[in-house]
Write a protein that binds this ligand. Sequence first.
Ligand code: PHE
Length: 346
Amino acid sequence: MALDDLPSLESEILSRIKAARDEREIEEIRVWAFGKKSRYAELKKSLGKREKESAKELGLRIHASNNNTLQAWSARRDEILNAALEARLKAETVDVTLPVDPQPRGKIHPVSQVFAEIEAIFADMGFSVRYGPDIEDDFHNFTALNFPPGHPAREMHDTFFFEEKEDGSRMVLRTHTSPVQVRTMTSEKPPIRIIAPGRTFRCDSDQTHTPMFHQVEGLVIDKETHMGHLKGTLEAFVKRFFEIDDLSTRFRPHFFPFTEPSAEMDVAYERVDGAIKFGQGDKWMEILGCGMVHPNVLKNCGLDPDEYQGFAFGMGVDRLAMLKYGIPDLRDFFSGDTRWLEHYGF
Ligand code: PHE
């Protein structure tokens, strides 16, 4: 390339810089005008073949031209970048006076709602809340609760067992919240008045059973506690829970290894246009299990049955939520479907 071409090269570069519209175009110009294969680079390479004097002069002129066009290039690039930023800021403007988009909106799961309702009712009756681990040992889940090894009642719990440890024992996913009775009696002094909400596990799945479900346990231990206290407490509880003052209840004899006598509590209902209506009627719905704490359980927990008695109860929280809020299938509780939560949540 001849030396005389330099002014025309410079004006060609300047006019292309001026014409550049966006970041991509200005970047292409950088590569074309100043890159390794640019005409400036070609000219610089050719300097070696020239006479010393003319090489020096040409070098200075190339350098000046290069500086000049490079300055024009970076000024144009700044313009383009600023304009792009300006446009973006305009497009992304948030109008803070617009109403908030309510989707997606969080809701309280019916299980959480019912836990809170149950806790509030028992708190008003002077109960406090205790928690125990989901993974239990055999002693707390069974043996201390008067399920001796080999007792048939163990079979009824459809237990999830962990692998055997070296000593042959196996941990379990607790099959009920009753182990918290044991944990409380072995660590606290009577009088005891607690409820224990939590997760429980049994190998079972259908419309009203899921392998993980929720229970609330209750335990009262004192010197003069009797069955009348049990009935009064639980009747007061279900009336408040279902928000029905003249709710009829009945206690039916039952069996649990850890209570004696044991009972199940039913509430009366009738069907009105296919829907369940609690309160009165000739049908009975089982709501919870309960009983007077078995003397063997007191002894296993270090309490003297001649000095202390108590009562205990346990209820299925998911089932109570289904009944109170008319939710047909338990499995949907744990499917994580936001449409379900939108419908049944609080
Ligand atoms: N643990 C029992 C169950 O899961 C319920 C229960 C608790 C019964 C306390 C009596 C007393 O079926």
